[in-house]
Design a protein around this ligand. Structure first.
Ligand code: SF4
Length: 415
C-alpha cells in the first residue's frame, strides 16, 4: 500500500508541511517558542497576525520587560522616538537573544544611540525617490517600471531602513486619493509594464484594500507583472494567511521580494509563510542588506542562502547599505561584499549566489559589483580565473576566414 498522503491544496497549518517536506528538512526549521513575556498567550492568539500586530513592542517599558537593555539601546530609544519609531512583533522579539547585545537579529530591531550620528556624506533620500515622483507616492525612474509606496507602516521598523524619512510616520501613508492618483498615472502611461508595490510594507493594508488596488492595476492592459516588496514573511509570517494568498492568486503573475538578512530568521513559521506564497503561485526572491554585525562574517550568507532555497526563496540581491542618515554603524566596506560573493560563487550552487549591488546615490539605479575573474581580454580570447584560482582560456569567435568550413562542404554530410 502506498505511503503517499494526499492533502487539499490549502496549506493551513504546520501539520500540512509534513505532507510537503521530508523530516530532515523540517528539522532545520524549528517552531519559535514565545519569549517568556508572552508565556501565557494561547496558540490561537500567537498564530493570529492581528494579535501579533496589536501586541508589538512599541515603548520603552515593554522593551525593558522583554530584553535586558544596554544603556546605548535605552538612549537610542529616547533619542529616536518620533523620528523613527520602534515596533517589533512578539514573534520576532522571541527570535532575539534577550540577554545578548550582539545578537544579529537584535541589532536589526532594537534602537541604538549610534542611529543619531549623521555623517557629512549621509543623505535624507539617497536614491532620490522623491525627486522622480510625477504623482505622490509613485517613483518613475526607469522607462518600463514604477515603484509605488502605498503604506508607511511595517510589522517591524528595521533600524537600518533606507526610507526612515517616511517609514513609521502615519502622515506619510497613502490615502485613497493618492492611491487613485497612482492608478491613473499607470493607466495613462502605456510604457509601464512592471509595478513594484512597496512601502513601508504593503501588507499592512487589509486584504480587501490590497485586492482592490492590485485589481485596478491588473485591469490595465499594458501591465504585465507586479512585484510586492514585503518583509512580513520574516518579521510577521502569520500575516501570510489564506485570505492574502487568495488575493495574490487572483492577480498573478506576482513576484514577492522579501527580505531575510540572517539564517536565524528562518523558522517553521517562515517556512509555512513562504510555502503558502509559493502555493499561491508567487515567485519569491530575497533582497538582503549587508550589515555590520548582522551578516558580514564569513559563512553568514552561505548558511542563509541554503535555508532560503529550502523555503523556495531565490537569493536575488545583496545591497550595500545605503547612505541614508543614521546608518553609519551598519555600513561595511565594498570589499566585504565582494568577499561574500567570492565565498559563494563556485563553492555553492549559482542558485544560492545573488547579485551584489550598490544602489547609486542620487538615483543612478542598482550597479552590480563583482570580484574580477577576468585576467586578460583581447579580440581573440579571454583568460579567466575560476573560484579556485585556476586560469582558463576561452577563444573568441573569429571573423569569417578561409580556415572555416562552409556548411555545404561534402565532408560534413551525415551518412
Ligand atoms: S520592513 Fe522595509 S520599509 Fe519597513 S522598516 Fe524594514 S526595511 Fe524599512
Amino acid at each position: 500500500m502506498s505511503s503517499y498522503k494526499s492533502r487539499s491544496w490549502e496549506v493551513a497549518s504546520f501539520e500540512d508541511l509534513e505532507y510537503i517536506y521530508p523530516k530532515h528538512v523540517l528539522d532545520k526549521f524549528p517552531i519559535t517558542p514565545p519569549n517568556p513575556f508572552w508565556k501565557d498567550v494561547t496558540p490561537d492568539e500567537w498564530n493570529n497576525w492581528k494579535w501579533q500586530h496589536r501586541n508589538r513592542v512599541r515603548d520603552l517599558q515593554k522593551l525593558e520587560q522583554v530584553f535586558t537593555l544596554s544603556q546605548q539601546e535605552r538612549d537610542g530609544y529616547e533619542k529616536t522616538q518620533g523620528d523613527f519609531n520602534l515596533g517589533i512583533s512578539p514573534y520576532y522579539s522571541s527570535l532575539i537573544d534577550a540577554d545578548n547585545y550582539f545578537c544579529p537579529l537584535r541589532k536589526q530591531a532594537v534602537s541604538h544611540i549610534d542611529e543619531i550620528k549623521v555623517l557629512e556624506t549621509d543623505m535624507t533620500d539617497p536614491l532620490n525617490e522623491d525627486g522622480n515622483m510625477p504623482v505622490p507616492g509613485l517613483t518613475h525612474r526607469y522607462k518600463d517600471r514604477v515603484l509605488v509606496t502605498i503604506s508607511s507602516h511595517c510589522a517591524m521598523y528595521c533600524r537600518y531602513c533606507t526610507r526612515k524619512r517616511k517609514v513609521s510616520n502615519p502622515s506619510e501613508s497613502a490615502h485613497l486619493r493618492e492611491l487613485e492618483g497612482m492608478i491613473k498615472y499607470i493607466r495613462d502611461t502605456p510604457i509601464i509594464r512592471d509595478v513594484v508595490v512597496s512601502g513601508g510594507d504593503p501588507l499592512t493594508l487589509s486584504n480587501e484594500k490590497l485586492d482592490w488596488f492590485l485589481g485596478e492595476i491588473r485591469a490595465i492592459p499594458h501591465i504585465e507583472i507586479f512585484r510586492l516588496g514585503t518583509r512580513n514573511p520574516v518579521t510577521l509570517p502569520q500575516r501570510i494567511d489564506q485570505g492574502l494568498c487568495d488575493v495574490l492568486r487572483k492577480h498573478q503573475p506576482v513576484f514577492v521580494n522579501t527580505h531575510f538578512n540572517h539564517v536565524n530568521e528562518c523558522t517553521r513559521e517562515t517556512l509555512l509563510a513562504c510555502t503558502r506564497l509559493a502555493d499561491a503561485g508567487c515567485v519569491i526572491g530575497n533582497q538582503s542588506v549587508l550589515l555590520k554585525g548582522v551578516n558580514d562574517k564569513p559563512g553568514d550568507f552561505t548558511a542563509l542562502n541554503h535555508k532560503l532555497l529550502l523555503q523556495r526563496v531565490k537569493p536575488y540581491y545583496i545591497y550595500q547599505c545605503d547612505l541614508s542618515k543614521g546608518l553609519h554603524h551598519f555600513r561595511t566596506n565594498i570589499e566585504t561584499g565582494m568577499n561574500v560573493l567570492r565565498e559563494l560563487r563556485g563553492h555553492t550552487s549559482g542558485m544560492a549566489s545573488p547579485i551584489f549591488v550598490v544602489d547609486a546615490p542620487g538615483g543612478g539605479g542598482k550597479i552590480p559589483i563583482s570580484p574580477n575573474y577576468i585576467q586578460e581580454l583581447t579580440d581573440d580570447k579571454i583568460v579567466l580565473k575560476n573560484y579556485e584560482g585556476n586560469t582558463y582560456t576561452y577563444h573568441q569567435p573569429k571573423p569569417e576566414s578561409a580556415s572555416m568550413i562552409p556548411e555545404s562542404h561534402p565532408s560534413l554530410s551525415i551518412v
